[in-house]
Design a binder for this molecule. Sequence first.
Ligand SMILES: NC(=O)c1ccc[n+]([C@@H]2O[C@H](COP(=O)([O-])OP(=O)(O)OC[C@H]3O[C@@H](n4cnc5c(N)ncnc54)[C@H](O)[C@@H]3O)[C@@H](O)[C@H]2O)c1
Ligand SMILES: [Zn+2]
Ligand SMILES: [Zn+2]
Length: 389
Amino acid sequence: MRALQWEGVNKLAVGTVPDPELRNPGDVIVRVTRTVTCGSDLHLLGGYIPFMEKGDVLGHEFLGEIVEAGPDVRNHRVGDRVVVSSFISCGNCWYCDQKLYSLCENGNTNPAITETLWGHAPSGCFGYSHAMGGNAGSHAEYIRVPFADVGAFTVPDAVSDERALFASDSASTGWMGADLGGVKPGDVVAVWGAGAVGQMAARAATLLGAARVIVIDRLENRLQQVEQHIGAETLNYEQTDVGGELRERSGGRGPDVCIEAVGMEAHAPGAQFAYDQIKQQLRLQTDRPIAVREAIHACRKGGSVFVLGVYAGFVDKFPLGALMNKGLTVRGAQMHGQRYIPMLLDRMAKGELVTEHLATHVLPLDRAPEGYRMFKEKEDGCVRAVFLP
Ligand SMILES: NC(=O)c1ccc[n+]([C@@H]2O[C@H](COP(=O)([O-])OP(=O)(O)OC[C@H]3O[C@@H](n4cnc5c(N)ncnc54)[C@H](O)[C@@H]3O)[C@@H](O)[C@H]2O)c1
Ligand SMILES: [Zn+2]
Ligand SMILES: [Zn+2]
């Protein structure tokens, strides 16, 4: 089958790989009908997460049709149109019982790397390096989905492919940031990053009753999407003092909840960016934590900061003093998709959650390398490139 393969840092190619086969009785094989780029893939492409091997198939946000099901699969049958959580979870371990699905003990068949790096291994993810299980990704004609009864969800007829696709990863991630960040009715919420993840976090905050939601970025086309499709306020960080403006819009206190949806390749105007980028390139730090620093600084006393952006290792100049003295709660996670996807599909069916505008570019899989270039360089207003295998 055809698949998009990682060929080295900033090198992608479409090639031919063996078709996937059922491996365990709870697996299904999905014929991928839509698969989409994610900001997380850029970290792999740029070599910031160094556990890729030449030939690995990328992609973790996707939708498709079940074409083969193992004998233990109960909730699905061949022909079902399903959206699949990007993180793989068994549904049976202690963490799955707590609904902390991305921390599942059985979803990552290669836990040694992250156990050494972080003390414990999170679960596995599709197409997300050998540190996250070495699973083949979704930018391909077919994909094997383990634990299909837990991670694959039948899409209701009322929800289009174009909309349901984003329940797989970006909408679940955004919802988790607002939910586990503790957004309550009446809160002021600030979101760093107006990519798909930040936009979905902002929409979730609104649906959870936030009084004001403010999204921060520098890309005007993305900020326009936020105003038009998400119904949140915006702030261009190149044009304003973010901390001062957020205070102004939150009765002088600062936002109650700050959600960071930028990640380790953040930009900043001024010297801080050069400092972080040089240290990252010299491997003196692995991540550029610019937006996390700003969120911690801006958050009101006693407020909560949720880190959705992906970080891999160590950072410099982490504001531990502010965190401690301001009494903040700082939390982060990889997405617990299984916890949110049914609710999100329901909201999508009711029209409360729209996502189609995120798919600014739709291309055949053969043009995926070009799609990634546009997505990485934010060319032509690219927010997400969707591939049709
Ligand atoms: N936790 C999870 O499970 C999970 C799931 C999906 C994605 N992610 C991560 O979320 C992050 C965002 O993903 P995305 O797909 O929306 O990425 P994206 O690259 O499309 O968007 C990131 C946005 O952040 C903006 N940005 C850069 N520096 C900024 C700054 N200093 N302040 C404010 N905005 C800034 C960029 O202009 C861009 O619009 C990535 O790190 C990705 O890896 C995490
Ligand atoms: Zn993702
Ligand atoms: Zn589990």
